[in-house]
Design a protein around this ligand. Sequence first.
Ligand SMILES: Cc1ncc(C[n+]2csc(CCOP(=O)(O)OP(=O)(O)O)c2C)c(N)n1
Ligand SMILES: [Mg+2]
Length: 241
Amino acid sequence: MNVLFMHFDPYFCQMESTLEAVSAQDMLSFEAFRNSVIADYKLAIMSREVSLLGRREVLTGKAKFGIFGDGKEVAQIALSKFFQKGDFRSGYYRDQTFMFALGVANVEDYFSQLYSDVHNDPFSGGKNMNAHFATAFVNEKGEWNNLTETLNVSADIAPTAGQMMRGLGLAFASNCFRNAKNKESFTHLSNNGNEACFCTIGDASTSEGHFWEAINAAGVLQVPLAVFVYDDGYGISVPTV
Ligand SMILES: Cc1ncc(C[n+]2csc(CCOP(=O)(O)OP(=O)(O)O)c2C)c(N)n1
Ligand SMILES: [Mg+2]
């Protein structure tokens, strides 16, 4: 599988230097490196088992519908290493490993949403489609949470490539915050415009006009949008070649 990584400077400069600092520290310890490789491997295996078990639950009629992320585990673990507090994700239904890696979801959450469990599905209380992830942007009173302190997942929607426009909008918001005159009013929403939006999409969905429009606009507006295409050669069961 190929993963396409696009970035628009200068927004990533700060992120890169932070990561370099962290990895330089970790590189001093073989033990820390070894532990992180083993933890990543464990996570990938766990996520693969979730896919296999989940598919069995669907095929035996215990869950009504299921779409899983097998085959995309390693790419998602890699991209989770770059996602920082205050960043946003606008993605789609194959992102379970990404969500596990960030700690936005655990196995229990995953199966709760698979069974549309009203009380335990943390993403939509059983209302959204399977594997459509989300985090809360507001509290129970409807007031904004401090989004600079959280890993932010904008709620997935069913139309393929629909995530592109939301991704673009979230990234454009960072541009606006960066240039805003009254920045001090928005410190709970934006880290001075330095956050980035991570957008994931499947290869078949890149045929949608929304994909090209968003890529074009991101380039023209110079917004902090990173787009990852999972090039698995299929759109559902139809091969792309
Ligand atoms: C606008 C729209 N058209 C069709 C569908 C039905 N549909 C759901 S997933 C999918 C294929 C997506 O393939 P791809 O983008 O390659 O993602 P993959 O599942 O392979 O990761 C289609 C056609 C949809 N959800 N939305
Ligand atoms: Mg595909």
